[in-house]
Design a protein around this ligand. Structure first.
Ligand SMILES: [Zn+2]
Length: 257
């Protein structure tokens, strides 16, 4: 009886050893910071537009499991290069910037296509007016001028400061807006935003000075993209619903939802 069981025990032990070896190999291969409980490393890009700097930075310190690195233009673009890609997980754009070289366009595109997260906040929707692919990746655009893109056309976008608006959550099942109730916020509205057909709307408003859709998600190859139109100043940063959205957007784009 004992002899008969030995081969089975040996196989079981071999399987166990093989499993341990596979797990050890996987742990050895795992890049630093990729563990499920490791802090998410943000590359937070600013520049080209003023903002409440202290309150903006303070908002990130309230988000659990987040390690922000704040970089500004024109130095920010260097962080998109392949040799810096291992140092961050999610690109959070809060810039409003136009110059971008062909090399940086390539780097930006490659990082998202490889699976880095992308969170586009507020005036970053104005970025790179002369680069059509930017709007394709982000899922929409604020247009500084009237526009015509292969027959799709529209007027210049508009903005209005200091609006009290009501926000409807369109999808309470998506990780970005999971269980969220409709909320109110004091913020700047954008009218006439272009929304690409690939964007999945998550937040809407009936405020007449605003485009109806004010937050959306999409993918770009392996990358997840979240865009949130809201976020002009500290009154938005200090709104609990805004902080929750931002935290969820970071985690979802990092594939940590
Ligand atoms: Zn603004």
């Amino acid at each position: 009886m004992i002899r008969a069981m030995q081969p089975a025990l040996t196989i079981r032990r071999l399987r166990l050893l093989a499993t341990v070896a596979v797990l050890a190999a996987a742990a050895a291969l795992r890049p630093a910071g990729a563990a499920e409980d490791a802090p998410l490393r943000l590359l937070v890009v600013t520049g080209g537009h003023g903002y409440d700097t202290n309150e903006f930075r303070a908002m990130f310190t309230t988000l659990p499991g987040i390690e922000p690195r704040f970089v500004a233009h024109p130095e920010a673009h260097a962080w998109l290069a392949a040799d810096r890609a291992a140092e961050w997980d999610v690109l959070v754009m809060y810039d409003m910037w136009q110059p971008i070289t062909p090399e940086v366009r390539r780097d930006f595109r490659q990082r998202i296509e490889e699976g880095k997260g992308l969170v586009a906040l507020h005036h970053s929707l104005v970025n790179y007016q002369d680069w059509p692919l930017y709007a394709q990746i982000v899922g929409g655009r604020y247009h500084l001028e009237p526009w015509d893109d292969h027959g799709e056309k529209g007027p210049a976008s508009t903005y209005l400061h200091d609006v009290d608006l009501k926000v409807q959550v369109l999808n309470r099942a998506h990780p970005l807006t999971l269980g969220m109730a409709d909320f109110s916020i004091h913020d700047e509205t954008y009218g006439g935003l272009e929304l690409k057909p690939t964007a999945k709307p998550l937040l809407a408003t009936q405020e007449p000075t605003s485009s109806p859709v004010i937050a959306w998600v999409k993918t770009w190859q392996k990358g997840r993209v979240a865009a949130i139109q809201l976020g002009h100043d500290k009154q938005a940063y200090q709104n609990p619903a805004y902080r929750r959205l931002l935290k969820n957007a970071i985690r979802w784009t990092a594939h940590r939802d």
